[in-house]
Design a protein around this ligand. Structure first.
Ligand SMILES: *Cc1c(COP(=O)(O)O)cnc(C)c1O
Length: 222
């Protein structure tokens, strides 16, 4: 299936100022990424480390790569040299590993904390208490971490036909984001909204969309 350039242009037209579209290219070939690159797209998202590494070496160096999957600690060192933003950080342990590996190469890595906002599905992410714990932890307070920058929050709504439920979950994430954005500097990113729910996400204050199938067609995991 060819890349849907019309859908791409229409989303770009709807984007409020200051909002970033991450084109989620997981499972899709490099030709598809280049098709959007030629239209000016620079932010791309992947959720498997090996696939990201393979694509990164062949594609233009000015692409900003977003890691949106569940990151295993032992793979952190492979992506910190180039990754633009890691969206799915959901433990202090992972945070510390990112800091450690970034320190080794004298880089600061941008990350988002993933919050579990979907009520029914079990998805990765922190609950509000765990988020409090991390953001108030000694690790952060004592500024031992010099090599990560926590840029905001990321979440995924329940996969449902019920827009009210999705909206309520996004509202909750926005509330948490506002709560911390007041006291933390550099916490401005709120990554929420995918192909099926990005319009609701924009209405609820998202400033970073992660859109895959609407741009690249359905994924085939065979
Ligand atoms: C796959 C994925 C997306 C994109 O999903 P679509 O429904 O194809 O737009 C967004 N965020 C995350 C974390 C994903 O894994």
């Amino acid at each position: 299936m060819p890349v849907n350039k019309e859908a791409y242009k229409s989303i770009i037209d709807q984007l409020p100022a200051g909002t970033t579209l991450v084109a989620v290219s997981k499972t899709k070939p490099v030709e598809d990424i280049l098709a959007l690159y030629e239209l000016g797209q620079r932010d791309f998202g992947e959720n498997y480390v090996q696939e990201l590494l393979d694509k990164q070496v062949t594609l233009p160096a000015d692409i900003r790569w977003h890691f949106i999957g569940h990151l295993q600690s032992n793979k952190v060192k492979n992506i910190v040299p180039f990754v633009h933003l890691i969206h799915g950080v959901d433990s202090l342990k992972l945070l510390q590993e990112i800091d450690k590996q970034s320190k080794k190469i004298n880089r600061t890595t941008n990350i988002l904390l993933q919050v579990h906002i979907a009520r029914e599905e079990s998805k990765f992410g922190l609950d509000e208490n765990e988020l409090d714990e991390i953001l108030n932890s000694d690790f952060l307070q004592q500024e031992k971490y010099q090599h990560i920058s926590i840029c905001g929050l990321m979440g995924m709504a329940t996969f449902t036909e019920d827009p009210d439920k999705v909206r309520a979950e996004f509202k909750n994430l926005k509330r948490l984001h506002d709560k911390y954005n007041k006291s933390l500097s550099n916490f401005s990113i709120l990554s929420m909204g995918m192909s099926s729910d990005f319009k609701i996400a924009l209405e609820e204050g998202s400033n970073m969309l992660r859109i895959g199938s609407l741009l690249f067609g359905a994924r085939n995991y065979s």
